[in-house]
Design a protein around this ligand. Structure first.
Ligand code: DGJ
Length: 384
């Protein structure tokens, strides 16, 4: 029979006490709510409000990540820009602090290209070390004109969180040919029906319609977009052009606020949206979607030795159930984790067009397999 041992039992209670306090301390962990990613779940900020930064991108600056995205509002009318670009910051990528509206829309009736009710999508911010300015680019559609304007907007700020000052909107590279335009295309007689082609499917191959030439004078269409800064400090604007049929990769000026005229046409006639670029072991990778509006479709991926191509398509990087719908999401950014070479995070949007503010975020790990990258599904995961 066991003897009752007073000193042992009080020791046990002490150990238990220490364990419980450690558990409480851990769960409070200086107010941290999250210790992992849970793709598709509500994701609350420091004020317990679902993060409102759709079609977003991330800039790492002075030890913090800054997430910029579209501030959506309730209902289907919440897909237009009623507020502006929202910014959040984080040190660990799980817990996000609301930093407020970085770029505000202008009042209704002001006549500004970014007046309330315009379409302002996929904002991205990069830092220019030469000027010391933060530069924001976004896809802009003028109020009441659907998606026909296909412009790019630019705004700058001295502080990462803003306020950003809107400086210009327009179409990229007017009066400039893409560097890989053939002489045949330049000299081609324009077909009679070469007016605007709304929507994303064209009646003919884009080169027969020569939309590139059609838009030569006024500038190339630019819808879904991203930015990429290379190791040498050169920055690029990547956008769906030519009625969404063809992707353009365009170099920016040294101050990142304009295009410098050097650009290429890629994936001609492949109708890709939602481009996201990253670089790994000297190679450039792109992830994109097809064109099905707010509805998800199968993602695409591609690799190149040089940013201006030749690009080689690698197929759908998603590998698990629902891969044909990119896990019900659409790419918006691929984030390199700071100080962890080879670690990248896929950032996608699970759009809710009927109640735009409820859009969810699908963040997943990127892995490498041979020459391609893949994106496995995870219900819950950490980047460590
Ligand atoms: C798909 C694009 O990727 C989104 O950014 C948005 O423009 C929707 N189309 C609008 O239908």
């Amino acid at each position: 029979m066991k003897k009752f041992c007073l000193s042992c039992s009080s020791l046990n209670w002490k150990i238990l006490g220490v364990l419980i306090s450690a558990l409480i301390l851990y769960s409070c962990d200086t107010g941290k709510k999250y210790h992992s990613f849970k793709p598709g779940e509500l994701w609350l900020d420091d004020k317990d409000i679902h993060i409102n930064a759709h079609g977003g991108g991330i800039l790492y600056d002075n030890g913090r990540y800054y997430w910029f995205g579209e501030h959506k509002t309730e209902g289907s009318g919440g897909n237009v820009a009623n507020v502006g670009v929202h910014c959040y910051s984080s040190k660990d990528l799980y817990n996000w602090k609301d930093e407020g509206i970085a770029l505000s829309v202008e009042p209704e009736g002001s006549g500004s290209p970014i007046e309330k009710g315009c379409v302002l999508e996929r904002p991205k911010v990069i830092y220019n070390a030469k000027t010391g300015k933060y530069v924001m680019w976004f896809h802009l559609e003028l109020k009441g004109m659907g998606y026909s304007a296909a412009q790019s907007g630019v705004a700058v700020s001295d502080r990462v969180t803003g306020p950003y000052k809107f400086i210009r909107a327009g179409r990229p590279n007017p009066g400039k040919w893409a560097s890989n335009t053939s002489e045949e295309m330049k000299n081609m007689e324009m077909p009679q029906n070469s007016g605007p082609y709304p929507g994303s499917s064209l009646p003919m191959h884009p080169d027969s319609l020569n939309i590139h030439k059609r838009d030569y004078e006024g500038g190339q269409m630019a819808r879904d977009m991203n930015l990429f800064v290379d190791d040498d400090g050169k920055a690029y604007h990547i956008y769906a052009s030519e009625e969404n049929s063809t992707l353009h990769i365009a170099q920016l000026t040294d101050d990142y606020t304009d295009h410098n005229g050097n650009y290429v046409r890629c994936f001609v006639g492949r109708f890709m949206e939602a481009p996201a670029m990253f670089k790994h072991e000297g190679k450039y990778y792109l992830m994109m979607s097809g064109c099905t509006g707010w509805a998800p479709n199968a993602a695409r991926s591609a690799v190149a030795e040089s940013i201006m191509g030749e690009w080689k398509e690698l197929g759908n990087p998603c590998i698990d159930a629902d891969s044909a719908l990119t896990y019900h999401s659409q790419s918006t950014f691929i984030l390199p984790v700071q100080g962890k070479p080879g670690k990248f995070i896929y950032m996608g949007d699970r759009w809710q067009p009927e109640n735009a503010i409820d859009g969810r975020y699908i963040w997943l790990p990127i892995e490498f397999e041979g020459e391609r990258f893949i994106i496995p599904w995870r219900d819950e995961w950490t980047w460590k």
